[in-house]
Write a protein that binds this ligand. Structure first.
Ligand code: TYD
Ligand code: MG
Length: 483
């Protein structure tokens, strides 16, 4: 009797057998599976806080399970026939490169980025380019903006294709029906956070809404071999808003990054089931939309500063691409209080570490100096290969010594001041020699380097060696002291 009461009053566990009206949603504890009719802050079963998420349960789920069981047959690994991936070239080289050589048919791609960075613009351009042969259709699901706003943007971009169908609805079930009817080659949903599943009571953008809408859209697209792009907002922390599970539903996750104050935009693959991760595409936001930049190094160096101290060219690798960029440093006396360190374009903590290494290992006094470090062009570098050029730039500014224009550097700097090898040195040198650089400082590679092109490679073991080679001042070699 007590058992019955328990079932009556407190919502029961999901066991698959319970018959619930179709489309009913429940709140389910994500840790123990406890179900409730309403949202609870604390789970009465496992005492977890904030673990309830709205889910569709009942007939719909049981049906799905029966469908799955019908096709569930295991196969020996050795006998699985490898299917050739059916890829479509979008026609925008930088996008195709990031996707690993075009978009795979039936795949789902999540495109994240800050508001105003150009996601909607990119999507419209992708749809336009993919349907430019006139044979295929594309669907743009405008869940945030009105049809007129989309039309206005299309006009600005000079896009007037009758093969792009714009759908201004947020109901995911209706949108999926329309996608099935039109059978387009590509679909863009802008944005997934604005979509609404009518069976769920929670507001658009909530964890359950985003998850259910995304999985329905992805299933629909896969069913008809359509490639689907889902635009996702990012949170303050820079993560795609919504559940982490969204990243598992899709095949690839791309981020569109950039500084709002600069025109440069980078499209980066952070997950890709069908291609390399980390690959980047480089664009410039201009009057006519996003313009691909096939030679980003040239673009980044085109405004490099004329013969001033504190400026050094660094060769970094993003994805598999070498990028040459100008690292600038300014060292100025501190007149009041604690010295300031201001860093843009590279990791703040890494820059502080370099300052400490310079002070301690090479005896360059910086504790009474403000240090500003900036990577020109609005690009953010996370690769440690930027260490050596950044350290040289700081020393160059400190001693007001100009580094020759045709010289570059790359390499990681350790806490002892030692210069450590970084991957793909030959690719960096090739890019440098292509752009006319004559000399490059970098780590010593035991196996030696095969350099094609006319560039002199100078291996350095310690950051002091690099600095004393470039800057003529009385620098005592202290790098063994105290170790
Ligand atoms: P948008 O694609 O709306 O960004 P998101 O969808 O990521 O929020 O683009 C936003 C910015 O791009 C907007 O500030 C205007 C600018 N823009 C251009 O500079 N050139 C163009 O051709 C277009 C369409 C937009
Ligand atoms: Mg937008």
């Amino acid at each position: 009797m007590c058992q019955n009461l328990h079932v009556e009053v407190i919502p029961h566990r999901l066991n698959g057998e319970i018959d619930m009206p179709k489309g009913r949603s429940k709140f389910v504890c994500q840790l123990c599976g406890f179900q409730s009719e309403q949202w609870l802050g604390k789970c009465p079963e496992c005492s977890a806080f904030n673990s309830f998420v709205e889910e569709i349960v009942g007939e719909a789920k049981a049906e799905k399970r029966r469908e799955r069981e019908a096709v569930c047959v295991a196969e020996p690994l050795g006998e699985i026939a490898l299917k050739k991936l059916n890829r479509i070239l979008i026609g925008i080289d930088e996008v195709d490169r990031v996707l690993g050589g075009g978009v795979v048919r039936g795949s789902a791609i999540l495109v994240g980025g800050e508001p105003g960075i150009g996601k909607s613009t990119l999507m419209l351009q992708v749809l336009n380019s993919a349907t430019s042969d006139g044979k295929h259709r594309a669907v743009y699901v405008a869940a945030e903006e009105s049809m007129e706003q989309i039309a206005l943007r299309a006009e600005r971009l000079g896009i007037s294709s009758s093969n792009i169908f714009v759908l201004s609805d947020v109901d995911v079930t209706l949108v999926c029906e329309e996608i099935e009817r039109l059978k387009p080659l590509v679909v863009a949903v802008d944005s997934i956070q604005a979509m609404l599943h009518p069976d769920l009571a929670s507001a658009p953008g909530s964890v359950s809404q985003v998850r259910e809408c995304a999985s329905l859209l992805v299933r629909t697209a896969k069913g008809i071999g359509t490639s689907i792009f889902l635009v996702g907002h990012v949170t303050k922390e820079g993560l795609i808003a919504g559940p982490k599970v969204l990243e598992h539903i899709v095949d690839a996750v791309l981020y569109l990054e950039g500084d709002q104050n600069y025109a440069l935009r980078i499209l980066r693959a952070v997950k890709n089931r069908f291609g390399p991760v980390g690959e980047i595409g480089v664009f410039k936001m201009s009057e006519g939309g996003l313009e691909p930049i096939p030679n980003p190094s040239e673009h980044l160096l085109s405004h490099s500063s004329v013969n001033v101290s504190g400026s050094v060219v660094g060769a970094v690798i993003e994805g598999r691409r070498p990028l040459l960029l100008e690292i600038q440093a300014l060292v100025a006396p501190t007149y009041f209080g604690a010295p300031r360190r201001l860093v843009t374009g590279m990791d703040y903590n890494r820059a502080c570490m370099l300052i400490a290494v310079l002070e301690r290992r090479t005896r360059i006094r910086l504790s009474d100096q403000d240090v500003y470090v900036n990577v020109a062009g609005g690009i953010r570098v996370s690769e440690p290969a930027i260490d050596l050029p950044a350290a040289i730039a700081i020393a160059s500014s400190r001693y007001d010594a100009i580094i020759p224009k045709d010289m570059a550097a790359f390499g990681e700097v350790g806490l002892g001041g030692e210069v450590r090898p970084v991957p793909l040195p030959e690719r960096r040198l090739k890019e440098l020699s292509k752009l006319g650089f004559k000399k490059c400082l970098g780590p010593a590679y035991a196996e030696g380097l095969r350099i094609d092109g006319e560039i002199e490679y100078v291996p350095v073991k310690h950051v002091t060696d690099a600095i004393s080679m470039l800057i003529k001042f009385d620098l005592k070699s202290h790098h063994n002291e105290g170790d």
